[in-house]
Design a protein around this ligand. Structure first.
Ligand SMILES: [Zn+2]
Length: 96
């Protein structure tokens, strides 16, 4: 089986459902869905099923190319930003 981006995405969808591995919330549309590398590719992470997880595009761009532990640290400083983002998303949800 080839390990191109789409087959990894489909396998993750099949195994985990449409849930964001970063914020833990459901991913409501396919447009929001992206494959995040747990160890960023820029830090030597491989594009394999074990190093990939599904995430919202917005969550993934917050995580950027941080290592998981760096991200945890950044999260503490970023919490307000993330709460704001969730509030905004919640508002968008209610207006839909
Ligand atoms: Zn998310």
């Amino acid at each position: 089986m080839s390990s191109n981006n789409n087959s990894i995405k489909m396998r993750l969808l099949w195994e985990n459902g449409k849930r964001c591995a970063i914020c833990g919330k459901k991913i409501r549309s396919f447009d929001e869905l992206t494959v995040d590398h747990i160890v960023p590719r820029s830090k030597g992470g491989k594009h394999t099923i074990g190093n990939c997880q599904l995430a919202h595009k917005s969550c993934n761009s917050l995580k950027n190319d941080k290592m998981p532990e760096e991200y945890e640290r950044a999260l503490k400083y970023n919490k307000r930003r993330i709460i704001l983002m969730r509030v905004r998303r919640g508002i968008l949800f209610w207006y839909n």
